[in-house]
Design a protein around this ligand. Structure first.
Ligand code: ADP
Ligand code: MG
Length: 387
C-alpha cells in the first residue's frame, strides 16, 4: 500500500484528512550479528519495504490506532486513553505504536493524543524489523507534529524503550537506529556503545552486483528463549573476563581471553563469535571504503560459520540457503537477524541472480520446505515525511 492509499484510508476511517504522512523502512543487517547487546558494531541498511502512517494530533488524551493489515479480532480502530497506557498490558500489534507514545510521555514530551492509520510492506516476523518500522514511523510523525525537536538517534532510543519495556521484547538498538537513520545507497556503520555512526557507500548495482534477501518463512518456536540465553551467556562471558561488555575484548587479545575461559566451552564459543564478529564488521567497512566490494563475500561466509558453529543460532533452512547459494556461485551468504529462522542474505554477481534463486527454490522444494520468499534488497532511505 502506498502513501496515497494510506492517506485515503485515514480519511475514510476518521472523516478528515491527516495532518501528514510518514514512512519508515525495515532493515537487513549486512554484518554484525548479536553484537548490539555487547556494545559492539553493526552494519544494517534500509530496505525499500516501509511502514507508512497517516497521522493527526488530538488534544483530548485519546490515541486511536488502525492498521490496514490487521484483520479479525485485533482489527478495527483501537481507542486508548493515554493515561491508561501501561507496560506489558497489551499483547496486540497496538503495543508497538502505543509503546512509542508511552515512551515519549514518560520522557516528559507533551504528546496529547493522535489518530493513526498505517500499513506496512515490511514482511512481519521475518527478521526484517517490521516492529521497528512501526515504532519509528509513529515516533517521527509525533516528533514532527508536536515539534518535539528530538534527533533521529533519540527517537531510536525511545522506540527501543517502547519495545523493551512496553512491548516486553528484549532487543538491542540496531533495528530502530537503522530505520531512523539509514540513507539511500549506504549501509550504516553503527557503534552501539555511543551510537556514533558513519554512512558507508554501498551501491551494489553500480558495480554489477545484487544482494538478495531470502525469507525462509520459518520461525522456530524456541527462538525467543534462545535469544535470552545468548544474551545472558554473553553477559556471563564478559563478567568472567572482567570487562563491561564483550566489545571491550580486543581482537588481538582474543586468544589470551579464550585461554582464561579454559574449558568453559559455552563461554568460549559465545566470546569467540562476538569478538570475531566485531572484527568482521570493521573489515567490511574497510573493504567497502577501499572499493573492494567483492572481497566482503568471504567475510559474510565466515560470519555465517561463526553464527552456526559458535553462536549456534542457525537452523537447517538458513544453512540450506547459504550452502545452496554458495554452491551456485554466490560471492557470499549468511543468515541475518536473530536466528532460528527468518532471513538470509546472498551477495551475487547480477548475472548469477536467477540461477541462484532457482537453485534455492529447488533445494527448498526437494527438502519438503515451504517456498521461501526471495527479493532484491536495494539500500534505501531511512524514515521520512512523505507529505
Ligand atoms: P520483526 O520485527 O522481525 O518483523 P517482530 O516479532 O519484532 O518481528 O514484530 C512483528 C510484529 O509487529 C507483528 O506480530 C505485529 O504485532 C507487528 N506488526 C508488523 N507489521 C504490522 C502491520 N503492518 N500492522 C500491524 N502490526 C504489525
Ligand atoms: Mg522486531
Amino acid at each position: 500500500m502506498g502513501a496515497v492509499q494510506v492517506r485515503d484510508g485515514f480519511v475514510e476511517l476518521y472523516g478528515t484528512a491527516p495532518e501528514g504522512v510518514w514512512s519508515a523502512p525495515g532493515r537487513v543487517n549486512l554484518i554484525g550479528e548479536h553484537t548490539d547487546y555487547n556494545d559492539g558494531f553493526v552494519m544494517p541498511f534500509a530496505l525499500p519495504h516501509t511502514a507508512i502512517a497517516a497521522v493527526s494530533r488530538r488534544t483530548d488524551g485519546v490515541l486511536r490506532l488502525h492498521s490496514a493489515d490487521i484483520e479479525g479480532d485485533a482489527g478495527g480502530v483501537v481507542e486508548l486513553r493515554l493515561d491508561d497506557l501501561a507496560p506489558e498490558a497489551d499483547h496486540n500489534w497496538t503495543a508497538y505504536p502505543a509503546g512509542v507514545v508511552w515512551a515519549l510521555r514518560e520522557a516528559g514530551h507533551a504528546v496529547t493524543g493522535a489518530d493513526v492509520h498505517l500499513s506496512s510492506t515490511v514482511p512481519s516476523g521475518a527478521g526484517l524489523s517490521s516492529s521497528a518500522a512501526l515504532e519509528v514511523v509513529v515516533a517521527l510523525a509525533l516528533n514532527d507534529l508536536f515539534e518535539l525537536g528530538l534527533q533521529r538517534w533519540q527517537l531510536a532510543r525511545l522506540c527501543q524503550r517502547a519495545e523493551n519495556v512496553y512491548v516486553g521484547a528484549p532487543t538491542g538498538i540496531m533495528d530502530q537506529t537503522a530505520s531512523a537513520c539509514c540513507e539511500e545507497g549506504h549501509a550504516l556503520f553503527l557503534d552501539t556503545r555511543d551510537l556514533s555512526q558513519k554512512q558507508i557507500p554501498f551501491d551494489l548495482a553500480a558495480e554489477g552486483m545484487r544482494l538478495l534477501v531470502v525469507d525462509t518463512r520459518v520461525k522456530h518456536a524456541h527462538s525467543d528463549g534462545e535469544y535470552g540465553k545468548r544474551r545472558a551467556g554473553c553477559e556471563r562471558g564478559a563478567a568472567l573476563l572482567g570487562v563491561d561488555a564483550l566489545r571491550d575484548v580486543p581482537y588481538t587479545e582474543l586468544d589470551a581471553a579464550l585461554e582464561r575461559l579454559g574449558d568453559d566451552e559455552e563461554a568460549v564459543r559465545l566470546v569467540r563469535h562476538i569478538v570475531t564478529e566485531d572484527e568482521r564488521v570493521e573489515k567490511v567497512v574497510a573493504l567497502l571504503e577501499a572499493g573492494e566490494t567483492r572481497a566482503i563475500g568471504p567475510v559474510l561466509i565466515a560470519g555465517h560459520a561463526s553464527l552456526r558453529d559458535d553462536f549456534r543460532i542457525s537452523c537447517p533452512e538458513l544453512d540450506l540457503v547459504v550452502d545452496t547459494a554458495l554452491a551456485s556461485g554466490a560471492l557470499g551468504a549468511r543468515m541475518t537477524g536473530g536466528g532460528f529462522g527468518g532471513s538470509a542474505i546472498v551477495l551475487a554477481e547480477a548475472a548469477d541472480v536467477d540461477t541462484i534463486t532457482k537453485a534455492v527454490e529447488e533445494a527448498f522444494a526437494s527438502s519438503g520446505y515451504a517456498a521461501p520468499r526471495v527479493f532484491e534488497a536495494v539500500p534505501s532511505a531511512g524514515a521520512r515525511r512523505l507529505s
